[in-house]
Design a protein around this ligand. Structure first.
Ligand SMILES: O=C([C@H](O)CO)[C@H](O)[C@H](O)COP(=O)(O)O
Length: 211
């Protein structure tokens, strides 16, 4: 099970400091949408160069022009880039075509998707990696909870989860055995990010060893 560190609403210097403090505990590094908007693909290149051993996820949240944005992400060194499930099938399939050429992956973000029909369509498109996600704004009405797993439980997807997950909610999330847990603020806003990430990874390893 992977721990993905999500870097959002931070300066470059803060991102690099937090990666450095958490590097022993994290598996995947997400250059968040807000960081990409601030610094562009140049910063993705910088992170990949500094941490070639980590899986780099660019949270592009692509909604259109999928082929172009996938090339931008993969040329910058991303191993995985995100597209919104609510975008056109053509956007998603164009990105999957590019990912095949680069030997990389597309993560489909299920933000605001609750209709099982859309999930079936994604499966038909050949999607294999999805993100169950409660967005930052929506978190004001409630953070990610395990009832959201129901949307994908009958599908063969690799599942990542995000949406305000912290040390309090992690144990319940782990019971559903997602492939990757995405954590942003609970680590990045912590006084000691390294300690929070280490404790999260310890709980994840403990769960994996028991199951
Ligand atoms: O994708 C994200 C969000 O939409 C802001 O861009 C975050 O990376 C994701 O939600 C994880 O962050 P937290 O919710 O702060 O754990």
């Amino acid at each position: 099970m992977n721990l993905q560190l999500a870097l959002d609403r931070l300066t470059k210097e803060e991102c690099l400091r937090i990666i450095d403090e958490t590097r022993e505990s994290i598996d995947w590094i997400e250059v968040g949408t807000s960081v990409i908007k601030e610094y562009g693909m140049a910063f993705v290149r910088e992170v990949k160069k500094a941490y070639p051993e980590k899986v780099i996820v660019t949270d592009m949240k692509t909604m259109d022009a999928g082929g172009h944005e996938a090339i931008q992400a993969f040329e910058a060194g991303a191993d995985i880039t995100t597209v919104m499930a609510l975008s056109s099938d053509l956007t998603i399939s164009d990105m999957m075509k590019v990912a095949k050429e680069y030997n990389t992956r597309i993560m489909v973000d299920l933000l605001e998707v609750s209709n099982p029909e859309r999930i079936k369509e994604l499966e038909k498109l050949g999607v294999d990696l999805v993100s169950l996600h409660i967005g930052k704004d929506k978190q004001r009405e409630g953070k990610f909870d395990v009832s959201h797993f129901a949307l994908v439980e009958d599908f063969p997807f690799e599942v990542t989860v995000a949406g305000g997950i912290d040390l309090g909610t992690l144990p319940d999330v782990l019971e559903k055995a997602p492939n990757t847990v995405i954590v942003g603020s609970a680590i990045t806003k912590a006084e000691k990010p390294g300690e929070v990430a280490a404790e999260m990874k310890r709980l994840m390893n403990e769960f994996a060893n028991k199951n």
